[in-house]
Design a protein around this ligand. Structure first.
Ligand SMILES: [Zn+2]
Length: 190
């Protein structure tokens, strides 16, 4: 299956892009990928960068990807995996305590850049979703990355659209556009 930006996200992103083009030129976005415990996490930032920039090619956005420090099990033991389960319907707007524990630990230990988004990679025994990132959030969580190469990069692009561009699911009650869930092939419709 060929995945590309469908009209809804295309429209929103080009509006965002056009607005920024008028004032700043091409917008650089920064994202850091962090492996938690033994999770599968990309090790080649360049590949992720190319994949994200392909999803966002119609928008005036240029992703810059880097690999952050791994959080080992010795550093942060006994993660409560049940606490990652927020349900896969709709949009949860705040982080759970295990999510806060992870990003606070990372910030405290390795620092935090205000212009960077952070994606934490988690291997979960029984995940209820592929990714989680609140609208306008600085931190995202990706579950069990690597099972399907192409779908996994779509998940990254999707979650980053929540965090970086405040995009909601088209079926969300708070969305500008009210569309039934699963009625489009839009990147944000799942
Ligand atoms: Zn989403």
């Amino acid at each position: 299956m060929i995945i590309f930006l469908f009209p809804l996200i295309y429209k929103v992103l080009t509006e965002v892009g056009a607005l920024r083009l008028a004032t700043y030129g091409r917008e650089d976005c920064y994202v850091k990928l962090i492996k938690v415990h033994n999770a599968t996490c990309p090790t080649n930032a360049q590949i992720v960068e190319e994949e994200l920039n392909r999803f966002y090619s119609s928008a005036v956005v240029n992703w810059n990807v880097s690999i952050g420090e791994t959080i080992t099990e010795d550093e942060l033991p006994n993660l409560n995996y049940d606490d990652f389960l927020t349900g896969n319907v709709g949009m949860v707007s705040s982080y759970t305590s295990v999510m806060r524990r992870i990003y606070k630990y990372y910030n405290r230990t390795y620092g935090n850049d205000k212009n960077t988004l952070y994606l934490f990679f988690i291997n979960h025994p029984n995940p209820d979703k592929a990714g989680f990132m609140p609208v306008a959030g600085d931190y995202g969580f990706i579950f069990n990355f690597g099972k399907d190469y192409r779908n996994n990069f779509e998940i990254l692009a999707h979650e980053l659209a929540h965090g970086a561009f405040n995009l909601r699911h088209p079926f969300s009650l708070k969305s500008t556009y009210q569309l039934p869930r699963g009625s489009t092939d839009n990147l944000m419709d799942y």
